[in-house]
Design a protein around this ligand. Structure first.
Ligand code: AHR
Length: 328
């Protein structure tokens, strides 16, 4: 684990340890708490690349509205320079807190130091940054992506436990340099390494989009006639792969098995329909916990530096059962 190791905590609002800090502890509450309707939070979102992202944006906006806290929102269209610009603009506007989901892991120290110099606490949501200086952010709220990759790998390991021939796996990676792309690949590779028959024969980025997944899968099908399984780093790329597989006259879920991460409604429907074989959940519902972190900091409390989201996995039967109540 590169960052913030070993501070795992189950996701819950109770993670927040209100009232523990002496002074402002970098929380920005030195002058005493502000009324919630006076607080301003700037949120720099990655983009709108996937169903997961859309659900995450909706949940964050709805949670702040419900809490009566002003949220300034920007969409970086998956470009780091746009996110840096948005953060600089929040610093200039003198917001009380900044939250963001970094499009890629590296390259944040300069802008985060600017936020620190301006006394604006930063909360990372969903994705981590790769920085040696952990004082640049107050907390990182989000999934354990390595664990997600391991869960995907474990399903593959079990599914092919009795197979004695090579299993050809292709991987549809998320955005190059993004924490979930790096970590989901790492967790998966670690687990499947236990069986030498399981081989990732090709791995390409589909940038977490459906169109990207489709395009990459089309090319992979042309260059590899014997693909047994697709491991897609999110549902959207898996759904794009389904389109490419069907267009090639093959049956997704049967001729080529598919494992994805996220469990958004469209992915769950494809799992229920037997076109995807297994989904590892990644929850986009981070809004309530983020609001709670902001409230605690505003009250002069401290928060855990790492808050891990609770998640599960879905088989076809479990997807059929869960679908009617799925919120996103
Ligand atoms: O960072 C979370 C990932 O980003 C989701 O798995 C993916 O769908 C999104 O684009």
């Amino acid at each position: 684990m590169k960052k913030l190791i070993g501070i795992a905590a189950a996701a819950s609002l109770a993670l927040v340890l209100a009232g523990c800090a002496g002074g402002d502890g970098g929380t920005g509450a030195a002058e005493g708490p502000k009324a919630l309707d006076e607080l301003v939070v700037g949120f720099a979102q990655v983009g709108a690349e996937s169903g997961w992202r859309t659900a995450n944006t909706k949940d964050i906006q709805a949670s702040f509205e419900e809490a009566g806290i002003e949220l300034k929102f920007s969409d970086a269209q998956q470009k780091q320079e746009n996110q840096i610009k948005a953060i600089r603009s929040y610093i200039q506007q003198g917001v009380d807190y900044i939250a963001f989901s970094p499009v890629v892991e590296t390259g944040w120290d300069a802008v985060l130091n600017e936020a620190k110099a301006a006394g604006i606490p930063v909360v990372l949501t969903d994705r981590a940054v790769d920085s040696k200086d952990e004082s640049l952010y107050v907390s990182f709220l989000g999934s354990d992506f390595i664990e997600e990759g391991k869960k995907a790998g474990q399903w593959v390991l079990d599914e092919y436990a009795d197979v004695t021939e090579p299993v050809n796996i292709v991987q549809l990676e998320g955005t190059t340099g993004a924490a979930p792309a790096i970590d989901r690949a790492e967790g998966f590779a670690d687990v499947i390494a236990e069986n030498p028959n399981l081989e990732v024969i090709e791995s390409q980025t589909g940038d977490f989009t459906r169109a990207g997944g489709k395009q990459v899968m089309e090319a992979m099908l042309k260059s590899n006639p014997d693909i047994d399984l697709v491991y897609a780093h999110n549902d959207d790329m898996g759904l794009g792969a389904i389109e490419a597989i069907e267009a090639a006259g093959l049956v997704p879920g049967q001729d080529i098995k598919i494992v994805t991460v996220d469990a958004v409604k469209d992915g769950m429907q494809a799992l229920a329909d037997g076109k995807i074989n297994f989904i590892v959940e990644c929850s986009p519902l981070l809004g309530a916990q983020l609001v709670d972190i902001i409230k605690t900091l505003n009250d002069g409390g401290t928060v855990e530096p790492r808050i891990i989201t609770e998640e599960t996995t879905f088989t076809q039967e479990q997807a059929i059962e869960a679908l009617p109540d799925r919120q996103y």
